[in-house]
Ligand binder design. Structure first.
Ligand code: HAM
Length: 424
């Protein structure tokens, strides 16, 4: 057993796996940019109150999942458990609201939550996500959902379901809260400890509690979706109309309220059953009060984030794997002492010309080095022995056809560039 093990709930992404990660990250980046989103990078830790205020101090994330510590200057800082609050803070602090609106931003990077690890649930995990800040037009809700839908499909995942709801605004929530508490009062004592706490502070979340969600009284509770004010109801109707216009299928799930407090109106989750119990592959929603809560102007926002690990689990479950191994175009083989200097020169010249090249430092014989060239998938092996040194040439061996030609050392770069279509 290894002497030192990584912390629980974290992962090493080894070179073979990193290829899949690169594929997913690059594909997401290209897609976001084609929808005219621009990248934003915010710190991995923030002042703790950004999350307490932004995500909500009664949420599971804030009450028990944050990595919070006091730094040497005595300030409380927290490793970001999610990206939206930090992006909102950066939007306000850097006055992005003075620029063109809506600001369409995307990001990816590690997030940290002290959760019980299991398949698809980790303590360090990676988000890719977008935020659109500065419009409450329901077309932007539909666009954000469309980006998420397209992203999953571009990754080869088609079997997911889209669950949609509206969680209303402070106006309809106040009304709904009164009716909900009245309805739940008779079973209040039977609810789990968390829900008893939520009862006063955030009763809406009792509806999607994993423990109490199946209690018949909770099941028959009035949903926020049925209590929307006129403006939230027409917003929700418009979002559905635009999704219909794009033929994006969805299912309204009235009990889905999401686990972060900043949501208003549209809330959605993409669910992919192939990845096991942690089946929410991506989630998001509208947050019309967040920018103001963090000291900015009263601007609405909407966005989503998905976990890269869950995306990769889904791709693996569907047998999808990107084939993009990074093979060298040229593999330089030096045979004997005298060839070493020429081999260094040739390798340097190839690399300077932008050709993907590597060399064997083993000092083994020709057969063993050719075997390695084969194993690494080289297109050409460049052989330099005593004869080549004497004549100032290099033998170029096509690894697929085994054909071998001899060229002058100064012509090596041009010859390889010509054959591989790379720049010479
Ligand atoms: P969230 O639902 O907390 O939303 O996280 C989004 C996604 O991150 C989840 O659907 C899941 O795929 C992944 N995820 C969450 N926790 C873990 C974990 N412990 N291990 C692995 N993957 C995980 C947010 O974070 C919001 N900021 C999304 C958003 C953006 N809403 C508006 N804008």
């Amino acid at each position: 057993m290894a002497e030192y093990a990584k912390p629980r709930g974290t992962a090493d992404i080894l070179p073979d796996d990193a290829l899949e990660w690169q594929f997913v990250e690059k594909t997401a980046q290209q897609l976001f940019e084609s929808y005219q989103y621009r990248e934003i990078r915010t710190p991995i830790f923030e002042h703790t109150e950004i999350f307490e205020r932004g995500v909500g101090d009664t949420t599971d994330i804030v009450t028990r999942e944050m990595y919070t510590f006091t730094d040497r200057g005595g300030r409380s800082v927290t490793l970001r458990p999610e990206g939206t609050a930090g992006v909102a803070r950066a939007f306000v602090e850097n006055r992005l609201y003075g620029g063109p609106l809506p600001a369409k931003l995307y990001y990816n990077g590690p997030m940290f939550r002290y959760e019980t690890p299991q398949a698809g649930r980790y303590r360090q995990f990676y988000h890719y996500g977008v935020e659109v800040i500065g419009t409450d037009d329901p077309r932007s809700d539909a666009e954000v959902i469309e980006v998420a839908d397209r992203l999953l499909r571009t990754m080869g995942i088609e079997s997911f379901g889209l669950e949609l709801n509206s969680v209303g605004c402070p106006v309809c929530r106040a009304d709904h809260k009164v009716r909900l508490l009245e309805h739940l009062e008779p079973v209040r004592q039977d609810l789990c400890t968390d829900c008893q706490e939520r009862f006063e502070k955030n009763p809406l979340r009792i509806l999607d509690c994993k423990k109490d969600g199946n209690n018949p009284t909770v099941l028959s509770a009035p949903t926020i979706t049925d209590s929307l004010c006129d403006s939230c109801a027409s917003h929700f109707a418009a979002v559905k109309m635009y999704l219909d216009a794009m033929a994006i299928p969805y299912q309204v799930v009235k009990t889905m309220v999401r686990g972060l407090d900043y949501y208003t109106q549209t809330a959605f989750e993409f669910v992919e059953s192939s990845i096991g119990a942690q089946s929410t592959i991506l989630g998001g929603g509208r947050y019309n009060g967040l920018i103001r809560m963090l000291g900015g102007p009263d601007l609405p926002g909407i966005g989503f984030a998905g976990g890269i690990e869950r995306l990769l689990l889904a791709r693996a479950a569907h047998g999808l794997k990107s084939a993009s191994q990074n093979h060298p175009d040229a593999y330089v083989i030096a045979l004997g002492e005298a060839a070493r200097e020429a081999s260094v020169r040739v390798l340097h010249a190839l690399r300077q010309a932008g050709i993907s090249a590597d060399a064997d430092y083993s000092g083994h014989g020709l057969k063993a080095q050719l075997k390695t060239a084969d194993r690494v998938g080289a297109t050409f092996a460049l052989l330099i022995g005593d004869d080549e040194v004497k004549s100032g040439t290099v033998a170029i061996r096509n690894m697929a056809t085994k054909e071998q030609t001899s060229v002058n050392e100064v012509a090596v770069v041009a010859t390889i560039a010509d054959h591989t279509g790379r720049q010479g």
